[in-house]
Design a protein around this ligand. Structure first.
Ligand SMILES: N[C@@H](CCC(=O)N[C@@H](CS)C(=O)NCC(=O)O)C(=O)O
Length: 214
């Protein structure tokens, strides 16, 4: 039996969710190791001392410890739904959107979600700052069904878990906003079986456990 790549993951982490989505759609089998962020296994830290998830360890020992790189690794090998291959000409726009998501928007999201830890400003003020990204996405979705085209691209998948997290902070607020296309986009992507598959619960990995194929 060939050795599988190992994916250290945390179920609810948005970065890990996007990595799992790309791995799952690529049909590449990996061993899934669910970790607790508060008690990371030494095996994970030995491969990637920065201690974030997701981390993918290939059978040849190569370590990929950034979620975007894991997505690209998976889709470069197998891309049956053309998340990468249909969108080469939109690469700059895709990267730009993911960059904004991972920097500015992620910061506003954290402030909004954990507003009690950042009392310098109100929750509403953090939410308003995050809205500038929502407006950009909404504008994109008035032109196409997905962010850069009428088919899913890497941008949709990389950004989806963060918008999901944002919407969950106050669902009633999110679903009464004018971001109607964004609401439909989110609902459609979350309703896909692929999303349910990558969100299945699994117990925390311990050394010596049987391999959990994902
Ligand atoms: N740039 C990294 C960020 C990953 C990240 O920050 N993951 C969080 C969990 S959502 C983490 O592992 N934080 C470390 C901790 O909480 O100890 C990536 O894209 O993979």
């Amino acid at each position: 039996m060939p050795e599988l790549p190992i994916l250290y993951s945390f179920r609810r982490c948005p970065y890990a969710i996007r990595a799992r989505l790309a791995i799952k759609v690529s049909n590449i089998e990996v061993e899934l190791r669910e970790v607790l962020l508060a008690d990371k296994p030494k095996e994970l830290l030995a491969c990637s001392p920065k201690g974030t998830v997701p981390v993918l360890v290939l059978p040849d020992g190569t370590v990929i410890d950034e979620s975007r790189d894991i997505m690209l690794w998976a889709l470069t090998q197998q891309d049956p739904q053309n998340w990468l291959s249909s969108h080469f000409t939109q690469q700059d726009e895709i990267n730009r959107l993911i960059d904004i998501n991972d920097t500015e928007f992620k910061q506003h999201l954290d402030h909004y979600k954990y507003a009690d830890r950042f009392p310098e400003q109100s929750m509403e003020s953090y939410r308003q700052q995050a809205e500038s990204f929502l407006r950009q996405l909404e504008e994109k979705l008035t032109k196409n069904q997905y962010l850069v085209a009428n088919e899913i691209s890497l941008a949709d998948i990389a950004i989806l878990p963060f918008i999901r997290q944002f919407a969950s902070v106050d669902k009633a607020w999110f679903y009464q906003t004018e971001y109607k296309n964004l609401q439909v986009w989110l609902d459609n992507l979350l309703a896909d079986n692929l999303f349910s598959e990558v969100m299945k619960k699994c117990s925390r990995w311990q050394p010596g456990d049987a391999v959990l194929r994902f």
